[in-house]
Design a protein around this ligand. Structure first.
Ligand code: SF4
Length: 678
């Protein structure tokens, strides 16, 4: 067995799954990873979840892509790198000439390194002359970036993970850390053992609910009313931090006026939570000295996602829980490098370090990169997939993402990819999206390359090459350099470190992020002149923190109705990850090999159905089959599915209605029906 094998070396690196960014040591023997361990001295204290510990076998599976593929007569056929590069160069040039560079778009990846995301956006902007660049952050925390930016001036987690242990109170709303960010889940339990209090608000009973001092189940999509209600009580009972509000914030008066109507009785009616419970929650939150609010996609994946984030920011400012240890606002980022992909400017409206696309910044990058750049900000992810469907985008370059499964209204997305003139997919596996491509480029996994990832707390960490890649697969950064050459641009980087040296010069948040510093394990990005990893200590990044009056308007774009009487919500589970491309090719698959649609037993009984019965789940956009799992963790009338399984693609059902401010789709709520299969 692998346990008996002698280990040649241990290679320190960063987990390739979630945004917690645990430090791993890959056990390597004969150029093969044979196991994973972790070190007690790491910031994750040697803790790993099942994904980090057992999810690594995908690295060496037979299913890895080992050479480029080109579609010929409808079939993907083995090709050389030269043939693939030539074709990409030829087709991008033709399309750009014929339709303009506005007809080309690119999707970067929250899985590749910072250096690779930087090069990809540089390639798209400076060579293909398009700002249509986005990535899957749009599906998760774009609402956090927009909301926290408006409130505080920065869209990132304000404090660090291990400060959870210094909190008096942890308020978890719309997040399920023990499944989606497990080592943060461990930290929360550790804090509770040290005496911290826990408040959980979630429509579903999550694992942390049973540890909570107060657990409430708000009706789906009513978070804004709940947060306003809590703030209302804290304000009325004088539990707010008057000094902080007076000295550090603005727009408080108009916010206070707007909060007037959110009395416990009114909020109880909307949320379905008892009025007294709302008062108890508010008192516990208002009395805590150091409170950290942890949230995730339960807040953001709604048509009012940005307003939900603003309501969280209001509560944090009202109680003075910003800019100090053990407090703050923690948007829990999903993928290993989603924070870094945003930081690197893999977004349509900003250059690296969130420098907006305006004339001044464009001039800087034109001179820095030595070429002209497009002036107009580009389209977001869902706008791009719609533009593909409508024929406005003719060529798309996708790196390390699987939008055919991960995007809402999946049928529409898939049809678009079938119709598009030219699709390039660069990945480590032949994903569902890669199968639709005209050219597939084989990339390498995290174990086969060097670089850096930035985790959810803004810590920049090294990725170290442990083994050589399979076949002809190449690192994404090497592919971008080769491709640039085909367009006459000779980039001289010899290594990811060379790329980081360039990032240091044009991306102020990464000015200090040299490989020496990163290797020492001490680099959290922060704004120049700050000595601590905590954001907003003396003043907010925007100067004063800004209160925003946000109203509860509706629960969702699509509410249950006669034809579709159930509410479908989607999310994650512990032993699988995203569209399953990695986790399903490891031992994790044995633990959770298939999808279940979770339904309350009373709802199952009302439909005269049974546990384990395979049923048809239908929405206005499509239908799929799924196996029922009775679960009293679900509220009645609400059903839950993940998006981990290609056999049961739940995103065929989900709604692509967007939050207008962030363009994040409403993956947390759509109306469905279930039917017996005769
Ligand atoms: Fe990897 Fe996240 Fe698990 Fe840590 S918590 S081991 S980063 S999946």
């Amino acid at each position: 067995s692998s346990a008996d094998k002698k280990v040649d070396k241990l290679v320190k690196t960063t987990c390739s799954y979630c945004g917690v960014g645990c430090q791993l040591q890959l056990k390597v023997q004969d150029n093969q990873v044979i196991g994973v361990t972790s070190d007690k001295s790491s910031s994750n204290k040697g803790h790993l979840c099942a994904k980090g510990q057992f999810g690594w076998e995908y690295i060496h599976t037979e299913k890895r892509l080992t050479h480029p593929l080109i579609k010929k007569n409808g079939t993907l056929t083995k090709a050389t790198w030269d043939e693939a590069f030539d074709l990409i160069q030829k087709r991008f040039c033709e399309i750009s000439k014929h339709y303009g560079s506005e007809a080309i778009a690119g999707l970067a990846s929250a899985k590749i390194t910072n250096e690779e995301n930087y090069l990809f956006q540089k390639f798209m902007r400076s060579i293909l002359k398009t700002n249509h660049i986005d990535h899957c952050a749009r599906l998760c925390h774009a609402a956090s970036v927009v909301g926290l930016q408006a409130s505080f001036g920065s869209g990132a987690m304000t404090n660090t993970i291990n400060e959870i242990l210094e909190s008096d109170l942890l308020f978890v709303i719309g997040a399920n850390p023990t499944e989606a960010h497990p080592v943060i889940g461990y930290r929360i339990k550790e804090a509770l053992r040290k005496g911290a209090k826990l408040v959980v608000a979630d429509p579903r009973k999550i694992e942390l609910s049973s540890y909570a001092d107060i657990f409430v189940r708000q009706n789906s999509g009513t978070d804004i009313a709940l947060l306003n209600g809590i703030a209302h009580v804290i304000y009325k009972e004088g539990l707010w931090n008057k000094e902080f509000v007076a000295n550090r914030t603005e727009e408080f008066e108009s916010w206070a006026k707007a909060i007037e109507k959110y009395c416990p009785a009114y909020v109880a009616e909307i949320t379905g939570i008892d009025a007294e419970e709302i008062v108890s929650m508010a008192r516990m939150i208002g009395q805590a000295k150091k409170m950290m609010i942890l949230y995730a996609m339960g807040i953001t994946q709604h048509i009012h996602g940005t307003n939900g984030v603003l309501a969280i920011a209001n509560l944090a400012m009202l109680t003075g829980n910003i800019g100090k240890r053990g407090a703050g606002v923690a948007p829990l980022r999903g993928q290993n490098n989603v924070q870094g992909a945003c930081d690197m400017g893999a977004l349509p409206n900003v250059y690296p370090s969130y420098q907006p696309i305006n004339e001044e910044n464009r001039k800087f990058f034109e001179s820095f990169w030595g070429t002209s750049l497009p002036a107009k900000p580009g389209m977001t992810l869902n706008e791009i997939t719609h533009a593909v469907y409508n024929g406005q985008i003719k060529a798309l370059y996708i790196v390390g993402e699987n939008p055919s499964l991960s995007e809402p209204n999946g049928k529409h997305v898939k049809e678009g990819f079938d119709k598009i003139d030219f699709l390039v997919v660069q990945d480590i596996f032949l994903t569902e999206t890669a199968e639709q491509a005209d050219v597939v480029l084989p990339a390498v996994s995290f174990a086969e390359k060097d670089g850096t990832f930035t985790n959810t707390e803004r810590k920049i960490q090294r990725v170290h090459r442990a083994v050589s890649p399979p076949g002809e697969a190449r690192a994404d950064w090497e592919i971008f350099i080769e491709l640039a050459k085909r367009f006459g641009q000779f980039w001289s980087y010899q290594s990811p470190e060379d790329i980081m040296n360039e990032i240091n010069q044009c991306s102020p948040l990464y000015r200090e992020a040299t490989y020496d510093q990163i290797e020492a394990g001490t680099v959290y990005w922060n704004y120049p002149g700050t000595q601590t990893p905590i954001l907003h200590t003396e003043k907010f990044v925007r100067g004063k923190g800004k209160f925003h009056a946000v109203e509860f308007i509706s629960t969702a774009a699509e509410e249950p109705c006669e034809d579709y009487p159930l509410l479908l919500t989607t999310g994650r589970m512990l032993h699988q990850y995203h569209t399953g491309t990695m986790s399903r090719k490891s031992k994790l698959e044995l633990l959770q090999p298939e999808e279940h649609i979770l339904i309350h037993p009373n709802t199952v009984a009302a439909y005269a159905m049974e546990n384990d019965e395979i049923v048809l789940v239908e929405s206005r956009r499509g239908k799929i089959k799924a196996k029922i799992r009775c679960s009293d963790k679900m509220p009645e009338g609400v059903v839950f599915m993940t998006f981990h399984y290609a056999e049961t693609p739940s995103n065929i059902l989900t709604n692509d209605a967007l939050d207008p401010a962030s363009k994040t789709p409403e993956l947390k709520s759509c109306a469905v029906n279930i039917k017996k299969i005769c």
